[in-house]
Design a protein around this ligand. Structure first.
Ligand code: AMP
Ligand code: MN
Ligand code: MN
Ligand code: MN
Length: 293
């Protein structure tokens, strides 16, 4: 039976909600069930699995969460292009069977393989052979080849010391292995999430290379499209960004979300459930959720 998740728990700010993480179904390193087990062991009380552009890990994660008595939220992280910049929009409490969301995600994924082949070609031109085949060895879901898989291969090859070093030297704009990609439009991605009964949340807003005016225009477009939440406390944010995006949440009338953006042990510097609580000034997006726990 579904009941109000926060009823009887007092202040929702004290609930350990981790609403952003990845499994092998995208660019995480653990199977979905193992992500759930690890979250439970870390004291997470409500967990959303939010793999990039696909819902393939939801059923396994939901089953394991049911066995462990952990409140589970089906989620997704959709790749969006806004103003030439890649933006990530998280969908929470989406119906994984919704045909509109499923088709939108399928279309979003469609270009990934050709892009990966081209990344391999560009890296070969830069003197690194076999990167496409090498990246595929790290892929858990053939429909979801990501830059992260290339990064792991280059670390394994000893080309770079860690994944973030690979990104800055090879995989971002202006670097030899970068291939531009046009993802979903903001209003499309938010529309699919809403159609699937979910809440759209702007992921790690502190990470985008947008000036203040552009950033506010982007958040305005996100809200106009029906977006309702923003990540305030994220594994991708600095401590000063927690305060900055708490102010932005209040200014734009958005609910606040919290997530580690965990990708795997060793690689992620932030563990599941181990980011600070949301500041008191914001309303946690889970404040009125009804969840089976
Ligand atoms: P893709 O969707 O293939 O473009 O890959 C995006 C993923 O790459 C993100 O979800 C992150 O997991 C990872 N990523 C992006 N930038 C960096 C970075 N600077 N350092 C480490 N990982 C990154
Ligand atoms: Mn990722
Ligand atoms: Mn992201
Ligand atoms: Mn993520």
């Amino acid at each position: 039976m579904k009941t109000s998740f926060v009823a009887g728990r007092g202040d929702p700010h004290t609930v350990n909600a981790d609403l952003h993480c990845h499994s092998l179904m995208s660019d995480g390193t653990l199977p979905p069930a193992a992500v759930v087990e690890r979250a439970a062991a870390q004291g997470v009380e409500v967990l959303a699995l939010t793999d990039h552009d696909n819902l393939g890990g939801i059923a396994e994660a939901a089953d394991r969460a049911g066995e462990l008595g952990l409140a589970f939220v089906p989620g997704v992280e959709v790749s969006v292009t806004w103003g030439g910049e890649t933006i990530h929009v998280v969908g929470l409490n989406v119906d994984p069977q919704d045909p509109v969301l499923r088709e939108g995600l399928a279309n979003t994924r469609a270009g990934r393989d050709a892009r990966a082949v081209e990344i391999g070609e560009r890296l070969a031109a830069a003197g690194i052979d076999g990167a496409y085949e090498g990246a595929l060895r790290y892929v858990g879901n053939p429909a979801l080849v990501s830059r992260t898989h290339f990064a792991r291969f280059l670390v394994e090859e000893g080309v770079c010391r860690d994944v973030s070093d690979v990104f800055s030297r090879f995989l971002v704009e202006g670097r030899p292995g970068f291939v531009p990609q046009r993802w979903a439009a903001m209003d499309e991605a938010v529309g699919w999430i809403r159609c699937a009964g979910g809440q759209a949340v702007l992921a790690h807003p502190g990470r985008y290379r947008l000036g203040r005016l552009q950033r506010d225009a982007m958040i305005g477009d996100f809200r106009d499209a029906g977006g309702v939440g923003i990540e305030v406390v994220s594994g991708s944010h600095s401590v000063s960004q927690y305060a900055e995006y708490a102010r932005v949440a209040v200014e734009f009338g958005l609910l606040a979300s919290r997530g580690s953006d965990f990708h795997g042990p060793g690689e992620s510097h932030v563990e599941l459930g181990q980011v600070p609580p949301l500041p008191d000034s914001v309303v946690p997006i889970w404040h009125d959720w009804e969840l089976a726990a």
